[in-house]
Design a protein around this ligand. Sequence first.
Ligand code: HPA
Length: 282
Amino acid sequence: MSRPTSLLRQHMHEALEVIRLTTQSSPSIGIILGTGLGELAERIEQECAIPYENIPHFPVSTVESHRGRLIFGRLAGCPVVALQGRFHRYEGYTLQQVTFPVRVLFALGVRTLIISNAAGALNPLFRRGDLMVIVDHINLMGDNPLIGPNDETLGPRFPDMSEPYSRRLIALAEELALELRLKLQKGVYVALPGPSLETRAEYRFLRLIGADAVGMSTVPEVIVARHMNMEVFGLSILTDECFPDALQPLSLEEVLQAAREAEPKMTQLVTALVARLWTQQT
Ligand code: HPA
């Protein structure tokens, strides 16, 4: 007797069916375009784009300016699929909703996931505008996207987290950054639910427990990607300095400005990484 299909599998299947009415493309590389990777979307030679609201079970964004799209196309010649627009816990979505798009990327055939975000710098040696490769994370969201019934056909009940971020991809990115003469920091990303920013005492605590950067995204998506054994590469743009003894009030405009300024570096590195992965595959 065949195993009963989980509700999650069913939802993935329904989303996939609708996407397949538009494209038969099955890229092996997926990209989550966070704050600061908007520019990369323009570098993708688009084949088609599907608005999130057309895909069954995708969370519906309430903010008009934040309308998400699933983009299929080629980056540096390599077929990719990109999520333009992501969902955050603080918007009121469950972590299952936040990570459903990652499940759909897997159903499409994605096995390597590149994730970007904007984060605050906690390591005093890091500066606003720096790029940081995520080498590990701390989940302080007080929640986990895998809570609930587990579908063993997708991944194990207790997924291993000894190497959430692929050492192979980190090494490759370091090599490329040297070639491109890009300064690249490496560090641990800590995720909090937000939306309020952290107090000085909280920044001191986060530094003390070993974090180099802080943000409100990425970790749920990485957990779900690793649940399905995808290879993950994470990159943060450090948009502000969260140093408890020299803290300035944070303006969203400053964050966006820093993200805009660092964006070309991020775009360059991700494009080079995808190009390299493509030559290794072909
Ligand atoms: N905290 C502090 N600074 C930040 C964050 C955050 O979550 N995201 C981007 N800059």
